[in-house]
Write a protein that binds this ligand. Structure first.
Ligand code: GLN
Length: 207
């Protein structure tokens, strides 16, 4: 993206952040460090302003939403997303970067950015968690073994967003829009870190 770093002069070379309000942020810190990244945890607005990219972990999106607003970090992150900072959201993190939430709790908001509607807990209480092998053409072979835990799905894909992976029935479970990346599942749990590397490649392309 020509000139994209001009909108982001302070943080283009900063560490990558992991939003650490709630959820399995420690696992993402460890995966990103394993890939050689300089990683910091993010809870405060000044931390949000110093990073070159952000991973939002799985957890409980309604809690993460409330905490992000009460810690005052939500607004700073929205500004960074608008500037084009790369963000990778997994599971609850995908819900946090979706423009529209279906089956959210009353008053639930998101940071937004990704032109999709996600449905929370889309597989219902019968299928709390399951695993599947997914073809992800953007990552090449082999298929990715994916773990879904009370997972959301991408119920509507806006014209700006692209599906990166779907279940056998066509349900979209991985999506990309410019520097935003979201998966319904948890690559931090399986040892296959190609999505984290894909995110780090987006960060590197901006610096
Ligand atoms: N069901 C959770 C939510 O709505 C997401 C679950 C997860 O992140 N594993 O936020």
């Amino acid at each position: 993206m020509a000139g994209s770093s001009q909108g982001d002069p302070v943080a283009a070379h900063g560490p990558v952040g992991v939003l650490a309000l709630q959820g399995d942020f420690r696992e993402h810190v460890s995966v990103l460090r394993g890939l050689g990244a300089d990683v910091v945890t993010v809870r405060r607005p000044e931390e949000a302003r110093s990073i070159s990219g952000l991973v939002i972990p799985g957890g409980e999106s309604s809690v993460m939403d409330k905490l992000s607003r009460s810690f005052g970090v939500a607004e700073a992150l929205q500004e960074r997303i608008a500037e084009g900072m790369p963000v990778y959201g997994t599971c609850a993190g995908l819900i946090m970067i979706a423009d529209r939430i279906l089956d959210g709790i009353r008053g639930q908001q998101s940071l937004g950015g990704l032109d999709v509607a996600v449905r929370r807990n889309a597989f219902g209480s019968q299928t709390d968690s399951f695993e599947a092998d997914l073809d992800v053409p953007a990552l090449g072979d082999p298929p990715m073994h994916a773990v879904f835990i009370r997972a959301p799905v991408v119920a509507e894909l806006g014209p700006e967003a692209t599906a990166l992976a779907s279940l056998a029935d066509g349900t979209v479970v991985a999506v990309e829009q410019g520097n935003l990346l979201g998966t319904s599942f948890h690559p931090e749990m399986t040892g296959d870190h190609r999505f984290h590397q894909y995110f780090l490649d987006k960060v590197a392309a901006r610096s």
